[in-house]
Ligand binder design. Sequence first.
Ligand code: FE2
Ligand code: FE2
Length: 182
Amino acid sequence: MATILDQLHTDHINVVKLLELFERELEVLKRSDSEPNYFKWQNILLYMTTYQDVFHHPAEEKVFAYLCIDDPEVSQAVKEVESQHEILYQKSERLQGLLMDVETNTITIDKSDLHIACKDYIHQLQKHMSLEEAIIFPYAKKQLQKSDLDDLDKSINKINDPLFGLIKRAEFSELYQCICEQ
Ligand SMILES: [Fe+2]
Ligand SMILES: [Fe+2]
């Protein structure tokens, strides 16, 4: 049976694919003759705010809290990613709102400013996942016994992944198709 560590790692693989799509979409923004699909971008952020921010990051924090960390490098990495979670919550909410305003023409924003905001979000998230994968997850994998993973499994409220899970949210079907085709 897949453990919470397997699930968190799978989430990272999925987010990497999603960010690859987002980066390719951003190329459209650079070409002044084409209008980006802001609805698709909004759905990328909707996924981040309704699954990754709600399930993935809190689940990681439960795992981190369970560890008895005796390695200063790991302890520093945990502190760093936990503070990044806060920043990422704010950034994803803000970017989602911004994209909604752009799509509904509530605001006009310079394309290069929008490009910078999206790139910054992608970059922060990539850096964040790399730190977790390089330092924290290998340590957790070594330290956590089966009984610990069972305890964590019981204490973490699992929710269905609405984009990559078996039951997909209707709004995400086009987005999922684009990820599969890339
Ligand atoms: Fe995280
Ligand atoms: Fe993560």
